[in-house]
Write a protein that binds this ligand. Structure first.
Ligand code: GTP
Length: 293
């Protein structure tokens, strides 16, 4: 049996979460069209006859001095050093700028084996593919380079083959049917956060986090009650998340309910969502410790 921990790294929106979800065939990491929505080092677990791969979905690597972004960067780099393999995802639709250079220079220094994946192959142009290949040949020579579409599940089997080549021999760390080690509250809060950030635009997605205030099982009615709060930074943002006459909050609830129901199959669900403002939470280390475990 083989068993490896694999850190997925790449610029915001490169498709890391999409790839993880495709590999693990379950929603373990939220995806959104707004960059930098992955905040935690989340694990997805893939097991087959060859062994087990445990993925860490590193937050988007971002050059910024803001406290939240600095923490994201620390989490990302630490998970690279601690893993058996690194999967470096490159968005073929964006040209390499300062950020990609900073990232690649870190990757070049680490001892962990690296596999490069040129993602979004379904929409790539020849010239874009050539540009990415030249960039990789210059900065990460001799590392395997694969082409994939995380979205369409193309080239993903080849990624698994390469990863199992690198994976050390070892016993499985998780049961074969496990796909994530995230705790229940975290999974629920991420489902709600995904629905919320997909409804709002511009600056607000990054100003949102979700806390689960209470989960209760009423046996008499076989109902799970979940009370959760969507936290924003300013009162003006509260109104936007709630929407006209509560329209947005209803959409968030209706979007989240079916996915949460899957977690509690066979039970009825009541989801109670509130929106609260907490000034400057992104610079508050108590809040950051709570959400960036
Ligand atoms: N066409 C195409 N789009 C993709 C592919 N993979 C991801 N995307 C899209 O790219 C966007 C970003 O994908 P994510 O998986 O959230 O990216 P991420 O790297 O996890 O982003 P962060 O959380 O910001 O670090 C989403 O709109 C995806 O649907 C792909 O293979 N092809």
């Amino acid at each position: 049996m083989k068993c490896a921990t694999v850190a997925i790294i790449g610029r915001p929106s490169a498709g890391k979460s999409t790839l993880l979800n495709t590999i693990c065939e379950m929603k373990v990491s939220i995806t959104a069209s707004t960059p930098q929505t992955t905040r935690n080092a989340i694990r997805g677990i893939y097991t087959d006859a060859r062994g087990q791969l445990i993925f860490t979905d590193t937050p988007g690597f971002h050059l910024s001095e803001k406290t939240l972004n600095k923490r994201l960067q620390d989490t990302a780099l630490k998970s690279l050093e601690e893993s058996d393999a690194v999967l470096y995802i490159i968005d073929s639709k964006r040209s390499a700028g300062e950020e990609e250079l900073a990232l690649v220079s870190h990757i070049a220094k680490i001892k962990t084996p690296v596999i490069c994946v040129i993602n979004k192959a379904d929409i790539i142009r020849d010239s874009e593919e050539e540009a990415v290949k030249a960039f990789l040949a210059e900065h990460l020579p001799d590392r395997p380079v694969l082409k994939a579409s995380a979205k369409l599940d193309e080239g993903v089997d080849e990624i698994l083959i390469e990863l199992f080549k690198i994976a050390p021999e070892g016993e499985l760390l998780y049961p074969p049917d496990a796909y994530t080690d995230q705790n229940l509250e975290f999974r629920i809060s991420e489902i709600i956060r995904e629905k919320a950030i997909n409804l709002v635009t511009e600056e607000i997605p990054h100003a949102i986090y979700v806390t689960i205030e209470d989960i209760e099982h009423t046996e008499a009615t076989n109902t799970i009650w979940i009370r959760a709060a969507i936290i924003v930074e300013r009162d003006t943002q509260k109104g936007i998340v709630v929407g006209k006459g509560g329209a947005n909050i209803t959409k968030i609830r209706k979007g989240a309910e079916p996915e949460i129901r899957q977690i509690f199959s066979g039970k009825k669900l009541r989801l109670d969502l509130r929106v609260k403002a907490q000034d400057k939470w992104r610079n508050n280390s108590v809040v950051l410790d709570k959400i960036l475990r």
